[in-house]
Design a binder for this molecule. Structure first.
Ligand SMILES: C[S@@+](CC[C@H](N)C(=O)[O-])C[C@H]1O[C@@H](n2cnc3c(N)ncnc32)[C@H](O)[C@@H]1O
Length: 230
């Protein structure tokens, strides 16, 4: 997706991916990560997700990154948090907004995730990916946006486990997935392994069929994965 695609979505308020309530798979499976209090959770491609408030309520600090500044502004406005805005000392296209929710710190970088470094993020204990991997296309090439994104996550936080949410389709083979365009994209399970098995032990912690079916009656799936660094 070109940056303009996302800028337009936010400018025209076509943000159907944004949830009004915390994600049920997050609430159900987050405790399996067994994070100590004040752990830092990285939320890539964070939008203005309410899940970040839920994570802070669990006693975590949150670091996010989001391309579109309007999304970050809206996050702080909607939760009535007064942010401090800090420009990156060396990278002109990066800045962060930082504020506090009770005793937790929320730091949202504005910019392209590919411009961030592990040093910018600081120490990260876990990554929560909802609507991020599935937002990016994979044309099958070695340097597709989705492949580059998965590599970048590993570089940014090599010691962090991940809770990853994805979408699939029940009862079809991998070839069938290519018929569906996104975002969000459906991702065959084999692909999740191909992106991440070099860095993580991968467990599928939940997969459930949604009410929605394709034209052949195959149900769409919501999946939750736990990825633990080797
Ligand atoms: C489908 S939305 C999901 C937002 C959020 N994770 C949620 O659950 O609501 C994907 C977000 O990624 C942002 N985005 C896309 N490409 C990006 C990039 N290269 N760097 C940072 N953010 C990006 C978009 O602006 C958009 O807000």
């Amino acid at each position: 997706m070109e940056p303009n695609f996302w800028q337009n979505k936010w400018q025209s308020n076509k943000v159907g991916f944004n949830q009004s309530k915390p994600n049920t798979l997050l609430m159900k499976h987050f405790s399996a990560l067994q994070l100590p209090p004040n752990s830092c959770v990285f939320v890539p491609l964070c939008g203005k997700s309410i899940d970040m408030v839920w994570l802070a309520d669990q006693g975590c600090d949150v670091v996010g990154v989001e391309l579109v500044e309007l999304a970050v502004e809206q996050f702080f406005e909607e939760h009535q948090i007064q942010p401090t805005i800090v420009e990156h000392p060396n990278t002109p296209n990066l800045k962060y907004y930082q504020g506090h929710l009770d005793s937790q710190t929320i730091t949202l970088w504005v910019g392209d995730i590919f411009e961030l470094t592990a040093q910018d993020l600081g120490s990260v204990d876990a990554i929560y990916d909802r609507a991020a991997l599935v937002a990016l296309p994979d044309d099958g090439s070695e340097d597709s946006l989705r492949v580059r994104y998965s590599q970048q996550l590993i570089k940014l936080a090599p010691k962090a486990q991940q809770l990853l949410l994805s979408f699939g389709l029940s009862g079809v083979d991998e070839a069938e997935y290519a018929k569906y365009s996104g975002p969000p994209f459906l991702i065959p399970s084999q692909k999740i392994y191909s992106y991440y098995q070099q860095a993580y032990e991968i467990s599928l912690v939940e997969a459930y069929e949604t009410q929605q079916v394709n034209s052949e009656g195959n149900p769409f799936l919501n999946l939750a994965w736990q990825l633990v660094p080797h």
